[in-house]
Design a binder for this molecule. Structure first.
Ligand SMILES: *[C@@H]1O[C@H](CO)[C@@H](O)[C@H](O)[C@H]1NC(C)=O
Ligand SMILES: *[C@@H]1O[C@H](CO)[C@@H](O)[C@H](O)[C@H]1NC(C)=O
Ligand SMILES: *[C@@H]1O[C@H](CO)[C@@H](O)[C@H](O)[C@H]1NC(C)=O
Ligand SMILES: *[C@@H]1O[C@H](CO)[C@@H](O)[C@H](O)[C@H]1NC(C)=O
Length: 684
């Protein structure tokens, strides 16, 4: 018996509900009775149901091809995640993709964007996924929808909302945990009805809907969960599109395979040399049907403190040609990458511990086929040529935005984050006092900073060693409001010396650098271990009675402060304003710049340390030129206006002033991106 749906697997509306189970060596067929659906539809018996039973998009298991309206069909698609470009840029990006010959668009749906807090939903602006998909249809794409709900995607927490851990501290995401599946059920109840009219069987262009994402790579291997998610997805898809899975080609593929869901795989240029072996692995879980590479990587993701991950365009084009020569369908991940605006970038954590925690850069340029600003590249021309050999290239005129250099902008130091004024303006809620430090999730805070404060007890060593266990991710340490050092999960530095005479108040300002998005999705943030001082006898004195203050740093809070500040025009004391190293904590700098012609531009933060930048009340994302390789932040033209534009830099560490302090601190708006900067260069 085939567990792969047999011929024309798309027809198995009711039998899809079957699960095979071996119990005591006896093969037992359990028919999960989703009675309402099956009986309801088959009971129709009026000719309409017959029509409904022929899916518009299905699989021919004899000819190993997709069928669209009964005709053999193959797609070459490109990934573009709507949440990585501004809505006003969506059509332009899509049209550029279509011009390369792609006939399908592939996108994830990000749960945490649409459902930022329990019970709160967002479908506007950059979260208007329906509008995005409708534009894609208008631009002549079929659509491959990947709703996760876990999406990886180098996004914070792999797209899962942080508040799952606020509500259920012990939740086991991506498993059959009743709390998790109840929340996924509630989410799909919100999401799926909005998309229903877009399924191809309902007259739209969504041909495929993914169930979970690279689940074989997840240690749980929980098929009860996968079967539940399949049925939950099918509740809405109802055979109006084809459900599929994507798994890395390896010995764990069976952990991602779901009965009666079409299996595909993913691989990049580094594995094309073993393509026959990869198809063999895929055939191990999916014996018939078209071959599909759901994520062919023309570039790769980049972390802070490593070299920008470039991939050669000719090598990419050749590999694509090889894949297409097998009559496979293929999705280029990413065709257009875009930007991890705000605090949305994710991170990695390697389980064998050799690298540990590494956070993703803000840019998701990815060295993709198009660049971060949506422009065509040499790689684009090479890839287009290869696509043109199998699909018709449409005749489309492109209209790219200009890239402009607005030059130098001087900045004024305007607010100390940790001062009384800074707390009043930017901290959220009442500070919480507790024995142990509170986490971001306990405070229902997505990202930004947490300030932990306590009083230092007397200690009998000079110096003693302050130790912070299980820090996620980075802490600036202050004694009596003076910086005494930095601890870091990335650098695996969790201790620093404190001298006796330094003072009595201890502050740890902890930055969330992005939740891990791959392999696990439970990377909660804050301080989880003990904070101790070393004692003379070798023991450790735990510190307790912590006050935790949250700084979510949402764009609207920062913008509200900026507007008040502009009216009041208050200035910092010169002793603070002239600091180069920010000894008493982060400072907000403000500036403005004139624009006579609106274009794309890049905010160059060379000479600064680490922080967050806001333009016209929009959070561009984290910057960290000291670490590199990203030196510039992409500023979409859609954010700018003719006339005066505003800029806020929240700098954690270091102002870009020269030592003699003759000039005001400044940034520069450039016409070109700088994503390949060396940390050494940036440190001048
Ligand atoms: C690809 O499809 C064509 C047309 O159906 C067929 O002639 C050819 O043998 C196929 N190639 C492979 C490698 O399957
Ligand atoms: C987080 O997930 C990883 C990988 O699935 C697992 O090993 C670890 O125990 C989890 N941690 C917690 C606190 O649940
Ligand atoms: C805990 O800290 C708060 C705030 O600093 C202080 O008012 C309180 O007295 C402290 N409690 C103890 C038991 O030390
Ligand atoms: C600060 O930034 C300005 C504008 O980009 C630049 O001209 C200057 O060299 C930078 N200063 C330092 C010390 O890096």
């Amino acid at each position: 018996m085939s567990v792969n749906g047999g011929p024309r697997g798309g027809k198995l509306r009711c039998t899809r509900k079957r699960t095979l189970a071996m119990i005591g060596g006896v093969l037992i067929l359990i028919i999960a009775l989703t009675v309402g659906l099956c009986v309801g539809l088959s009971g129709d018996g009026n000719g309409v149901s017959e029509q409904q039973d022929v899916p518009v998009f299905s699989i021919d298991h004899q000819a190993n091809t997709f069928l669209l309206n009964g005709q053999p069909f193959r797609y070459v698609s490109g990934s573009f995640h709507y949440f990585r470009a501004l809505p006003d840029a969506w059509r332009n990006r899509l049209r550029t993709m279509r011009a390369a010959g792609l006939n399908a668009l592939d996108t994830y749906v990000e749960w945490s964007l649409h459902n930022p807090h329990d019970g709160v939903y967002n479908w506007e602006g950059i979260a208007d996924v329906v509008k995005f998909l409708e534009i894609a249809q208008e631009e002549d794409f079929y659509i491959i929808l990947r709703p996760g709900p876990y999406i990886c995607a180098e996004r914070d927490n792999g797209g899962l909302p942080h508040w799952l851990f606020t509500k259920y501290p012990d939740i086991k995401v991506r498993t059959n945990d009743p709390n998790y599946i109840a929340e996924v059920g509630k989410w799909y109840e919100q999401l799926m009805p909005r998309l229903k009219h877009l399924f191809i069987g309902n007259g739209g262009k969504i041909i495929m809907v993914q169930v979970e994402n690279e689940y074989g790579a997840f240690n749980a291997c929980d098929h009860d969960y996968l079967n539940w998610l399949r049925d939950e997805t099918d509740k809405y898809v109802e055979n109006k599109a084809l459900m599929f899975t994507v798994d890395i080609p390896n010995e764990r593929m069976h952990c991602g395979k779901i009965d009666n869901v079409f299996a595909t795989t993913d691989f990049g240029i580094d594995r094309v040399y073993e393509i026959d072996n990869i198809w063999k692995l895929l055939r191990g879980v999916q014996p018939t049907g078209p071959l599909v590479n759901s994520e062919f990587y023309p570039g790769w993701l980049t972390h802070w403190q490593e070299t920008n991950q470039r991939r050669d365009g000719q090598v990419v084009a050749n590999a694509l040609k090889t894949i297409l020569s097998y009559n496979a369908s293929v999705n280029l991940y990413m065709f257009f990458g875009g930007t991890n605006f705000g605090f949305t970038a994710g991170a990695n954590y390697d389980l064998d511990g050799s690298v540990g925690y590494t956070a993703d850069i803000t840019s998701y340029d990815y060295d993709a086929v198009m660049d971060e600003a949506g422009g065509v590249t040499q790689k684009y021309e090479l890839v287009k040529q290869v696509i043109g050999e199998v699909l018709e290239l449409p005749d489309i005129n492109l209209n790219p935005a200009k890239r402009l250099a607005y030059g130098k902008v001087e900045l004024t130091p305007a607010l100390e984050l940790l001062s009384a004024e800074g707390r009043a303006a930017l901290s959220k809620g009442t500070p919480v006092t507790s024995d142990k430090p509170k986490s971001f999730e306990e405070l229902d805070q997505y990202s930004g900073l947490l300030l932990y404060e306590t009083t230092l007890p007397s200690f009998d060593l000079d110096p003693t060693l302050l130790q912070v266990d299980d820090l996620r991710d980075r802490a600036h340490v202050f004694v009596d409001q003076q910086l005494v050092g930095t601890l870091s999960r990335e650098a695996r530095i969790y201790a620093l010396p404190l001298s006796k005479g330094w003072g009595s108040t201890l502050q740890l300002l902890v930055e969330n650098q992005g939740r891990v998005n791959y392999d696990r999705a439970n990377d909660t943030k804050g301080i989880f271990g003990q904070v101790t001082l070393q004692l003379h006898n070798g023991g450790a004195l735990p510190l307790d009675n912590w006050t935790t203050t949250g700084y979510p740093l949402e764009a609207y809070t920062v913008e509200a402060w900026r507007q008040r500040q502009t009216e009041m025009n208050t200035a910092l004391a010169p002793s603070i304003a002239q600091q180069r190293l920010l000894r008493s904590g982060p400072i907000l700098y403000t500036g403005s710049f004139q624009v006579t012609e609106v274009g794309d531009t890049y905010l160059n933060v060379a000479g600064w340390g680490k922080g967050v930048a806001y333009v016209n009340g929009f959070n561009l994302g984290r910057y960290w030129p000291l670490a590199g390789p990203q030196i510039t932040l992409y500023v979409p033209n859609e954010l700018l206006k003719v006339g005066q534009n505003s800029l806020v830099l929240l700098e954690y560490q270091r102002c870009n002033k020269t030592l003699n302090g003759a000039e005001l601190p400044a940034v520069q708006f450039d016409a070109v991106a700088q994503l390949d900067g060396q940390s050494g260069e940036a440190q001048k």
